[in-house]
Design a protein around this ligand. Structure first.
Ligand SMILES: Cc1cc2nc3c(=O)[nH]c(=O)nc-3n(C[C@H](O)[C@H](O)[C@H](O)COP(=O)(O)OP(=O)(O)OC[C@H]3O[C@@H](n4cnc5c(N)ncnc54)[C@H](O)[C@@H]3O)c2cc1C
Length: 438
């Protein structure tokens, strides 16, 4: 019997980020009761809302794209907001002078024609870009041997201006890993799914609501309404495997669950599961991972900037992207500058970093005057470094009915919301099958 409310929840889910909550929704849909344990006081993990000095902010500006099929379906399934995402067809503007707009044609022609018409890049660079995309299509976006993105671009004679305005910003935005270290195979996967499949896949989707309200909070309401529990401020401290169930230890005491889905940040896994010798094959690739930071600087101004766009790239300075939250979410006068995949020493001093970024914002929007306040949010381990030939642990493990969910388990993808959601859905299906098998 799968839905007996008097019995303990069949599945314990450790972590209420996008992976854990996706697993919870998918299991609730199948009539399985779950208990989600989330260590923090709020859901969302690395895509969460936070309150800083009395202001509700996101822990970092996030972008989704039209190719996030599973995420978009889940948001619609649990959603309470009619239109939670601003959809923009692909337009890549990178200061000081690059603009590329996808043409209104089927993929991949929307991209090819957009590249050929791009402003701010030499004709030779534009042709080389199109030749590179055509090669990738012929090669079915597969490499015999993974290498770095820098090496792949050099092999395909990409010019310095194309690298500066197109490939580097795209690589850092998608993989959060510098060109010289990033996996060319995963980069090609991103091109395949995001740019060369169907035209809407390359649409940029910007959350109009905070990251908690976008999915994890409505997901919690959704599963609670179906008899499941979501516990906040409730870190699991120990996972004990038993003959027919696991015991999870948390501030609530000990609870038994037939299956467990561990959906924490990978860096948390060794402390939680390291005592289970049988998990050595899953733990080895996790131990080998390194991480990249993302810094978001929110700046509040008295008024909205003139002639502003939702999202603007910037090359050659400190900030890489500038988002106008007034246009996107209605928070008038609020800008968010993003800096991804930078070395620690470049971002160590938040005050000097913010000063540099505020100067760059003033150069873009001279009408704005001084910021009323700013807030720097640094996520030191925002994503894993997405490097060539990286090993990923499978979602099923050597311990029956114990599953791993999280952005790092999705073999084809960089660390993204869509990777997290897909991994959660896969674990939910595996847990459901294990319960059905008895
Ligand atoms: C600043 C920033 C910007 C980003 N930008 C983008 C973007 O634009 N687009 C995009 O697609 N992706 C982006 N990402 C990546 C994306 O946020 C992550 O890939 C995704 O949120 C990972 O989800 P997850 O569920 O796998 O893990 P997490 O979000 O890390 O969730 C793990 C959860 O487990 C909880 N936990 C840990 N230990 C325990 C325990 N012992 N007991 C109970 N709970 C525990 C944590 O508190 C956390 O809530 C960004 C990430 C950051 C940090």
């Amino acid at each position: 019997m799968l839905n007996d409310r008097a019995a303990p929840a069949q599945v314990g889910i450790i972590g209420g980020g996008y992976a854990g909550m996706a697993a919870a929704v998918a299991l609730a849909r199948r009539g399985v009761r779950v208990a989600v344990y989330e260590a923090a006081r709020q859901l969302g993990g690395r895509a969460r809302s936070v309150v800083h000095n009395g202001h509700k902010l996101d822990n970092g500006q996030h972008i989704l794209i039209g190719a996030y099929r599973e995420t978009l379906a889940l948001i619609a399934e649990v959603g309470v907001h009619a239109d939670p995402l601003m959809r923009l067809s692909l337009e890549w503007t990178v200061l000081p002078e690059f603009v590329m707009r996808a043409a209104r044609l089927p993929a991949p022609w929307h991209l090819a024609v957009g590249l050929l018409r791009a402003k701010g890049m030499s004709p030779a660079a534009r042709v080389a870009c199109v030749q590179f995309v055509a090669w990738a299509q012929r090669a079915r976006f597969r490499l015999a041997h993974d290498t770095t993105v820098a090496e792949l671009l050099s092999r395909h004679r990409q010019r310095a201006d194309a690298i500066r305005y197109l490939w580097e910003p795209l690589c850092v935005a998608a993989l959060n890993t510098p060109l010289a270290q990033a996996s060319a195979q995963v980069f090609l996967n991103v091109l395949r799914d995001g740019l060369a499949s169907v035209r809407y896949a390359s649409d940029l989707l910007l959350p109009r609501v905070d990251l908690g309200a976008l999915f994890p909070e409505p997901a919690a309401e959704h599963v609670r309404a179906r008899g499941s529990d979501v516990h906040l401020g409730c870190a699991v401290t120990r996972v004990e495997p038993g003959a027919d169930a696991f015991t999870l230890h948390s501030p609530l005491g000990a609870a038994r669950h037939r299956c467990v889905i561990v959906a924490t940040h990978p860096a948390r896994i060794p402390a939680l599961l390291g005592h289970m010798d049988r998990l050595a094959a899953s733990l080895a690739p996790i131990g080998a991972m390194s991480y990249q930071p993302i810094v978001t600087i929110y700046a509040q101004y008295a008024a909205q900037p003139e002639r502003s766009v939702p999202m603007l790239g910037s090359s050659g300075g400190t900030m890489q992207w500038l988002f106008d939250r007034g246009v996107i979410t209605g928070e008038r006068g609020m800008l968010a500058a993003v800096i991804s995949a930078r070395a620690r020493n470049e971002i160590a001093s938040h005050d000097s970093l913010a000063r540099r970024v505020l100067e760059e914002i003033a150069a873009v929007h001279p009408d704005l005057g001084s910021a009323q306040w700013f807030q720097v949010i640094e996520e030191k381990r925002a994503t894993f470094s997405c490097v060539p030939g990286m090993m990923r642990p499978a979602s099923t493990t050597a311990v029956p009915r114990l599953f791993l969910a999280g952005d790092y388990t999705e073999p084809d993808y960089p660390a993204t919301i869509e990777a997290a959601v897909r991994s959660g859905l896969r674990c939910a299906a595996a847990a459901h099958d294990a319960l059905a098998a008895g």
